[in-house]
Design a protein around this ligand. Structure first.
Ligand code: ZN
Length: 460
């Protein structure tokens, strides 16, 4: 019989069917790119038993017409690809996946298999529940990708992020294929154009580009050597190019799952590859604000906050990144990996209790409505009209922070926000307020160890 593969993306179906056909498998897809005649031809092949695999999008599968067609076909299997899309809590939720339990009801005798490359434990449970796979066996392979070297650095310190990206590519990945992820379309366009102006083959990819441009750029990335795709997260699901040598992030992903999935596109051939990321104070503030202002209900927000906390924790870690990543996916690595930035150059942890107390009480005494830059100016006792106008030059916290420089203070604030000791305002002005977590530190009940940021790199 025929295996039916449920797949969420048209581009993905086309790639896989092309590769399968080349390998001699009788594969086809049914989706909206086909005209009525083409679709009918494939349906005929299907009914005649001339197909080994048929790819269908979930919304097409749900149509009564398609279900009738399948009822008249000899079926061997339903394979639900990218099954984490069924998870409401996940980072790729697709409502149409929720309807897939109809397969169980309509075709109880046909075996079903669900597949995903990224799912933490709650997501795995959700896949089993929603797809009605209660009695199914679960196969979990290791999440460890030992050939990927994870590196996470701080931006906003020394040369700009794009300069450091360029240097990273030139020094370590000249003529290699890679993916650069940015948060916004605008930033994607800027970075792609700038890298191209520096002589690299860099192409943009985001949902704002026409489908033809996107398809052309993706095809060049897949088929040519040494092409760099600069993209939003719209790029990548199902991209199966084995020799992607680096994945760079110029922004902070919202969850460890998203980070793992995006970085996992590097080094699928098993050869050494890099996951390289830069993030800074502003990213932390932006993500915290986006979360607080999102329209989600409280339950969703709680889950999203938990996921973001885990991601920020991974960033600010002083121990092995790989151990932390694997722990997140409920897997243990007994020893530090020796192949991540924190293993190769262990960062220092320092007792930041007193500076943290100064920062927190400065936020408190200025009325919990000012942003990082203002608070640092007060701590440094900067001569500033605005500070004088508010009378904050006369506070006890004015000028008490001169033991640290401005960049070091930014590192302290970033980590206080990352760890939830300071919360960002909902209005988006960047005002910081204390939280329940800040009290024990303010009262001196709990010491606070922070990660010492690397010294700024010198410009070349
Ligand atoms: Zn490590």
């Amino acid at each position: 019989g025929t295996g039916i593969v449920v797949s969420p993306l048209i581009a993905l179906m086309q790639d896989q069917v092309a590769a399968l056909t080349q390998a001699g498998v009788r594969a086809a897809f049914l989706n909206s790119t086909l005209d009525a005649g083409q679709a009918r031809a494939i349906e005929t092949q299907l009914l005649r038993g001339e197909l080994d695999l048929l790819y269908v999008a979930p919304e097409r599968l749900m149509l009564e017409r398609t279900l009738d067609l399948l009822a008249r076909t000899k079926l061997a299997l339903f394979a639900i690809d990218e099954a984490h899309c069924v998870s409401q809590w996940g980072h790729d939720f697709r409502p149409e996946y929720m309807g897939l339990n109809v397969l169980h009801e309509r075709f109880p005798e046909v075996p079903r298999i669900a597949l995903t490359a990224t799912a933490d434990e709650p997501t795995r449970r959700e896949i089993v529940e929603r797809l009605k796979l209660e009695d199914a066996r679960v196969f979990i392979s290791s999440f460890d990708r030992p050939n990927i070297r994870y590196r996470i650095g701080q931006s906003g310190n020394g040369p700009s992020a794009r300069d450091r990206l360029l240097r990273f590519i030139r020094d370590e990945h000249a003529n290699d294929a890679g993916i650069v992820y940015c948060l916004s379309r605008k930033r994607v366009d800027e970075i792609a154009a700038w890298l191209a102006a520096q002589g690299l083959t860099a192409l943009p990819y985001h949902a704002g580009l026409g489908s033809e441009v996107r398809a052309a750029n993706q095809s060049r990335f897949l088929n040519e050597e040494g092409v760099i795709i600069v993209a939003t997260i719209a790029f990548g699901m199902g991209i199966d190019k084995p020799n992607v040598r680096f994945v760079a992030h110029l922004n902070l992903p919202k969850s460890v799952e998203a980070y793992y999935q995006e970085t996992g596109r590097a080094g699928r051939d098993g050869l050494p590859a890099d996951a390289w990321m830069l993030y800074g104070l502003q990213d932390v503030i932006t993500l915290r604000q986006m979360l607080e202002r999102s329209e989600s209900d409280d339950a969703h927000k709680r889950v999203e906050r938990h996921k973001l906390d885990a991601m920020l924790g991974l960033c600010e870690l002083t121990g092995c990144r790989r151990q932390a990543l694997l722990t997140y996916f409920s897997e243990t690595l007994p020893k530090p990996c020796g192949n991540c930035d924190t293993c190769l150059e262990p960062p220092e942890a320092w007792d930041a209790t007193v500076p943290a107390q100064k920062a927190l009480s400065c936020a408190h005494r200025t009325g919990q409505r000012f942003g990082v830059n203002y608070l640092i100016d007060v701590l440094l006792g900067k001569d500033d009209d605005r500070i004088k106008r508010f009378g904050h030059d006369r506070l006890t916290t004015s000028g008490i922070g001169k033991e640290l420089g401005q960049q070091e203070w930014r590192g302290v604030f970033r980590q206080l926000i990352s760890r939830g000791l300071l919360a960002v305002d909902l209005e988006g002005h960047g005002g910081l307020r204390l939280t329940d977590l800040s009290r024990p530190v303010l009262r001196g009940e709990a010491p606070l160890m922070l990660r010492r940021d690397a010294k700024p790199e010198k410009a070349k």
